[in-house]
Design a protein around this ligand. Structure first.
Ligand SMILES: Cc1cc2nc3c(=O)[nH]c(=O)nc-3n(C[C@H](O)[C@H](O)[C@H](O)COP(=O)(O)OP(=O)(O)OC[C@H]3O[C@@H](n4cnc5c(N)ncnc54)[C@H](O)[C@@H]3O)c2cc1C
Length: 384
């Protein structure tokens, strides 16, 4: 079955969707089970993705990228996540946060930091979450203090993709202390991972997304040059909010890729498995489960692609991004849950693709803002 169809992908994103499909079938799907088991960082797949021109290419042509727009990045996300979520996240996070430098950084920062990412000589990541909170962007305590011609960073970051592997990170830190203006208290910085006072180790082993690596960073009087501040001091919260609007649409695509994998697996299984003298797809209860899975997937997919267009056009972006993230990622949890039921006892075997999808589906409902937070945003930003 072809559930991840070309429609509703707009015409200009279909070529890259086809390239991403071919790449995923050749380079991700065949090694997905092995990486899942070993939990190793998929350097070889990342390098192959770079060679295929599918990594870090949302950066503009001026800095060596292809300038892929939101819809093109979403098309790649759906295909990669259908093949394996952990490897997909690693490929998509290789430039995570660099877009903030492109949008707000100085010309000198862009020249020095963006070209190596777009030309795939370096990888990056975005450091926002902390051990004590990931949801509350105005509750984070990592601080950046100006001292002479340097910033001195102190605090901890947690869950940061590529914290150990990256060459540099875009990092969110507190630069002000105004209780009446808490959104203005944060700034964004470029932090090279070889800076003195920067230390990172991997977070403990995860149940899913095994081929993606997150780290725990300790910043102990970590000194970076003054010109590593991105844009204006105090504008970090707003930069992140804008960045997450695009990111959350793409995370909707993470969920859709996972949901598509769950539907494909379940469909194939029920047409093959026999019980009571017939294949189980003949039971109406089974048919209804598959119908419900498709109802949820197709509604979430239409919403996500509609949201991609609206966010790109700056139409109530925060509202549409939160809707897409919630719908796409919950399609993944719902479809994988139903698929597991249809698979019977075999559902729990680690070797089954569906059991990987089921475990992976637990994560996009949390990262880039838990869906409870998305629901807050949907309500608060409802167009009036
Ligand atoms: C695989 C993975 C990759 C990640 N990658 C990155 C990364 O690259 N960079 C990065 O910075 N972070 C990353 N994260 C962190 C992720 O963004 C945070 O886990 C997430 O924001 C939630 O933060 P928390 O875990 O501290 O949960 P908390 O903030 O402690 O929230 C726990 C729960 O409380 C509830 N809750 C909290 N506040 C509210 C509220 N206001 N309203 C309603 N309910 C609420 C929700 O149910 C929420 O799930 C990653 C996480 C995972 C699992």
């Amino acid at each position: 079955m072809e559930i991840l169809s070309a429609h509703p992908v707009p015409a200009h994103a279909r070529a890259v969707k086809a390239t991403a499909r071919e790449f995923a079938e050749q380079h991700i799907a065949p090694v997905a089970a092995d990486y899942y088991e070993s939990g190793e960082y998929p350097w070889e797949v990342l390098e192959a993705g770079m060679e295929a021109g599918l990594v870090g290419q949302d950066l503009s042509e001026e800095f060596g990228g292809k300038g892929y727009d939101l819809e093109q990045v979403l098309a790649i996300a759906e295909e990669f996540f259908r093949a394996d979520a952990g490897i997909a996240l690693t490929l998509q996070l290789a430039s995570f946060g660099a877009e903030i430098v492109e949008d707000h950084g100085s010309e000198a920062q862009k020249k020095e930091y963006l070209r190596p990412i777009a030309e795939n000589e370096q990888i990056t990541g975005l450091a926002v979450s902390e051990p004590e909170t990931g949801s509350d962007l105005t509750g984070m305590t990592t601080s950046a203090e100006a001292q002479g011609d340097e910033w001195v960073l102190n605090g901890e970051k947690y869950w940061v993709g590529n914290a150990v592997e990256a060459d540099w990170l875009t990092l969110y830190a507190k630069t002000g202390d105004d209780p009446n203006n808490r959104y203005d208290n944060y700034s964004m910085f470029i932090v090279p991972t070889d800076a003195e006072g920067y230390d990172a180790e991997h977070v403990p082993e995860k149940m899913g997304f095994r081929a993606s690596k997150q780290g725990h960073i300790v910043l102990d009087n970590c000194r970076i040059p003054k010109d590593h501040l991105i844009g204006v001091e105090g504008a970090g919260f707003y930069m992140l909010a804008e960045f997450f609007n695009r990111g959350r649409v793409v995370v909707g695509g993470h969920g859709l890729g996972l949901a598509a994998a769950a539907i494909e697996e379940a469909w194939e299984f029920v047409h093959d498995r026999e019980a009571f003298g017939r294949t189980i797809n003949e039971f109406q209860a089974v048919q209804h489960k598959l119908s419900d899975m498709q109802l949820q997937f197709q509604s979430a997919r239409s919403l996500t692609w509609d949201a991609a267009r609206r966010v790109a056009n700056q139409e109530d972006a925060g509202y549409w991004a939160a809707l897409a993230k919630t719908a796409g990622t919950e399609a993944a949890t719902e479809c994988s849950q139903k698929g597991m039921q249809l698979f019977g006892g075999r559902s729990v075997l680690l070797e089954n693709r569906l059991s990987r999808v089921f475990r992976d589906a637990r994560m996009p409902v949390i990262y880039e803002g838990p869906n409870d937070i998305q629901r807050n945003l949907i309500y608060r930003q409802t167009p009036q």
